[in-house]
Design a protein around this ligand. Structure first.
Ligand code: MRU
Length: 348
């Protein structure tokens, strides 16, 4: 996966590997204004909590890239508009809001400088967000791999891989680190209805890296666990509350309940940027509801009677009691120590 970049800045434009078309087509989208980034996030050409934060940070840069010094008020208006538009794309992933807050702070700290210098500062900040995320994923990988047995049979859901991050991956970062440590690793990837990020993206990523992966449909998870085929479940997170409750792709909560029933450790892998210390519990997490067509159609084919009412929550919230360990770049947090999260924050 090293040569496939989730997102990069190239000659005043943002390049995104189009995740909607994976695995059948490898298409790079070249985006030159912040509206293009807004569209790419909404339509999930780029997806995964940290990846949309990174895309949004570059979106802010695009929002002011052609601005000049002549009208300061217009410059400020443009930058605020870009940030507000990007914030309104998707509600659940903490990293989106975290990255935009960083960009806003960087902008405020440099407002007295010439516009050309502000542009460079904002670009550097977006690059830092991207590069730090990759470094943090590698640390998460090492911290998590240490928890796995020599023969690790891992079930994962959705895609918390290189393509959900700047690179390397959180949950799949642990898989990659375990392989690098010569552990024998086999991954079961849930297909992850409705948009099939598990089938399309996780399987693609792991096969690109020659890592042993088997695709299962979501409803096969109980069977796989009951047959002792897995000895760890590892998932990512889109937003983690201060008590450890976390939102992740719809279906995660069910996997956590199943893992508990089968005495299988259930690990959550995420950078500290995914933690929302402002909310006490998962009840406060806003869950995105997406279009009915994601469920009533597969590709262009209708699979449900016309007009059927549809409920399509993109995420669910898993209560912290189901988590065996939260694996971050700063270390592993185990229950009942979720109050340790605020201590971690103070150290960062
Ligand atoms: O809707 P998506 O694809 O943006 O969902 C986010 C996810 O990829 C998952 O929930 C993932 O496990 C956490 S983000 C690394």
């Amino acid at each position: 996966m090293d040569e496939l970049k989730t997102i990069e800045w190239k000659n005043g434009k943002v390049r995104i590997l189009d995740q909607v078309r994976l695995p059948n087509e490898l298409v790079l989208l070249e985006i030159s204004d912040h509206h293009g980034i807004v569209k790419a996030i909404k339509e999930m050409n780029v997806r995964g909590a940290p990846a949309i934060g990174i895309a949004a940070a570059f979106g802010v840069v695009l929002g002011i890239w052609n601005a000049s010094d002549t009208d300061r008020a217009l410059f400020l208006e443009k930058s605020n508009k870009a940030i507000d538009d990007l914030k309104a794309t998707r509600p659940t992933a903490k990293d989106l809001f975290w990255a935009l807050d960083r960009m806003r702070k960087k902008l405020s700290a440099n407002l007295n400088r010439p516009v050309n210098e502000i542009k460079i500062e904002l670009l550097k900040e977006a690059q830092n967000i991207l590069e730090n995320n990759i470094t943090n994923c590698k640390r998460i990988g090492r911290n998590g791999a240490a928890l796995l047995p020599a023969n690790a049979n891992i079930l994962t859901h959705c895609n918390a891989g290189a393509l959900a991050m700047g690179g390397y991956g959180s949950a799949l970062g642990i898989v990659r680190a375990a392989v690098e440590q010569s552990k024998k690793v086999k991954v079961y990837s849930c297909e992850t209805r409705p948009l099939l990020q598990g089938a399309r993206i996780t399987c693609f990523e792991l096969m690109e890296d020659d890592i042993n992966v088997t695709l299962i449909c979501d409803s096969a998870a109980a069977y796989v666990m009951s047959q002792n085929l897995v000895n760890a479940v590892i998932v990512g997170a889109d937003r983690i509350a201060a008590n450890g409750d976390f939102a992740n792709k719809i279906g995660t909560y069910g996997l956590a309940v199943l893992a508990k029933q089968h005495h299988i450790p259930f690990f959550v892998a995420a950078p500290l940027s995914s933690i929302d210390f402002d909310i006490k519990t998962g009840k406060e997490i806003v869950i995105e509801k997406r279009a009915p067509e994601e469920i009533t159609k597969i590709g262009d084919m209708e699979i449900a009677p016309e007009g059927v009412p549809v409920l399509n929550p993109a995420f669910d919230v898993t209560p912290h009691q189901f988590i065996s360990a939260l694996i971050t770049e700063k270390g592993v947090i185990r229950p009942p120590l979720f109050e340790g999260l605020s201590k971690q924050k103070n150290k960062s």
